[in-house]
Write a protein that binds this ligand. Sequence first.
Ligand SMILES: [Zn+2]
Length: 221
Amino acid sequence: MPDATFTRPDLTTFTRLDGLGLEVTGQLLEPDRSVLACRVVEPDDWCRRCGRQGVPRDTVSRELAHEPFGWCPTTLVLTVRRYRCKECSHVWRQDTTAAAPPRAKISRAGLRWGLVGIVVGHLSMARVAEGLGVAWNTAHDAVLAEGRRLLIEDPTRLDGVKVVGVDEHVWRHTRRGDKYVTVIIDLTPVRDGTGPSRLLDVVEGRSKKAFKDWLAERDQA
Ligand SMILES: [Zn+2]
């Protein structure tokens, strides 16, 4: 890479935490997992009730599973500041929704890693859960919800789609047999050489019937 520009090594950008509004302040490398201590970059010290500036009161911590690095689960321990308003006594904590949805156990980057792992990398949900260092159910519910969120929030996702690919995955091995999901992918960019394929939808069931039903639900255009 003769023309590449190298910048100063930096754990925050390497682990893509800058996009989540976080900054790494410390690391703990254990044999089976890495822990990154983080602080929330934006102060967020204006009272949500009366709009006056609050004073720092104390801190709380929030733990999130992040995407793995080097196949090693990475846990984030966020130090979140709490403020108190001197005017109205309201107490609140720094907004961390850029890092993860409220009450979530997995960071947004971790969710994306899991979703791409399932859809593009053909990883099993067990492998995704192992990579994130969380329970199977936690990974399953969160990654599926993220897939739905990404799709539902983009109503234009079917515009310009000409070539569709269908792929069936065993979503869950159960005692009474396997549960399948069918992943529907837009291959138009691949055919046109303009970019990678796009995830269009994730539906329950095996590919032939699931895809037939899915097509029937779309408008004919
Ligand atoms: Zn106030």
